[in-house]
Ligand binder design. Structure first.
Ligand SMILES: [Zn+2]
Length: 260
């Protein structure tokens, strides 16, 4: 596990900075590379986890060689590899795609009636309001069921993401407490990110989780914030230069690769 340096923790707790005078801005999305690049097998990036944590303490992504799913909670990076179990990761590890923010909830509501994916997303949409902004989402509570998947470490020459996800290991957890976090991306940003919801799960015991494909919540606390400030770090690698980032079937491919 990678923890934030103490100095950063202090900056965070002194909070609410706007990026001026070195304070990290809250609810600004920092993203490495693009979803379309990941889809086109650009699985190696140059951003280390230590660098990523300079830009946020909350988020998700994956690791170089597509070696598992990433979740970042409270400034700690965890890796779910093929078994869906959380692993410790050194800060020197790199990511080809990740999204983080310093999450500061703007709204929170107690959810006390069960909700499936559709009704949960409708509630978040309603809380976020503006459909043309990004949203950060955190739900902490009890789940009747969570389905997750993770991805295998890939060897070169890298296969296309759609080939990888055909073999993705999936897991179902029932009656599990935990945290589901992630982002809602506006439709017009498809390809830069994943249009719609992209959520990852971490069980309360910090042992299991992954990329969420389906779920039903029982009760808990929902927190959201709108995001209007983005920083996208595009790779200068040869792989990114040669990637096809605007294929005809982009939306369908992202739905298959990232959807439920
Ligand atoms: Zn994911």
């Amino acid at each position: 596990m990678v923890k934030q340096p103490v100095a950063d923790m202090d900056l965070r707790s002194s909070a609410l900075g706007n990026g001026v005078s070195g304070k990290p801005p809250i609810n600004r999305l920092y993203q490495t590379s693009t979803m379309a690049a990941l889809l086109d097998a650009v699985y190696d990036g140059e951003t280390t986890l230590d660098e990523l944590l300079q830009h946020g303490n909350f988020g998700l992504g994956t690791f170089n060689s597509l070696d598992g799913e990433m979740i970042v909670t409270d400034g700690v990076v965890r890796q779910f590899r093929a078994e869906g179990l959380a692993a410790e990761v050194p800060g020197s590890l790199k990511t080809p795609f990740a999204c983080v923010t310093y999450f500061e909830p703007e709204k929170n509501v107690t959810v006390d009636t069960p909700k499936d994916k559709e009704s949960f997303e409708a509630l978040v949409d309603q809380l976020l309001g503006n459909p043309n902004l990004f949203g950060a989402v955190r739900f902490t509570g009890l789940f009747e069921r969570v389905d997750t998947r993770t991805v295998f470490c890939q060897c070169k020459p890298y296969p296309h993401m759609l080939e990888v996800v055909k073999k993705q290991p999936t897991f179902t957890m029932e009656s599990v407490s935990g945290t589901m976090i992630g982002f809602r991306t506006p439709v017009y940003m498809q390809g830069v990110n994943v249009a719609g919801y992209h959520l990852h799960f971490l069980s309360e015991d910090h042992k299991r989780g992954g990329h969420v494909t389906e779920y039903k919540i029982v009760k808990g606390m929902l927190e959201v914030a709108t995001i209007s400030d983005l920083q996208v770090q595009l790779p200068r690698t040869k792989q990114f230069a040669q990637a096809n980032l605007n294929p005809e079937s982009l939306s369908e491919a992202i739905r298959i690769a990232e959807g439920g």
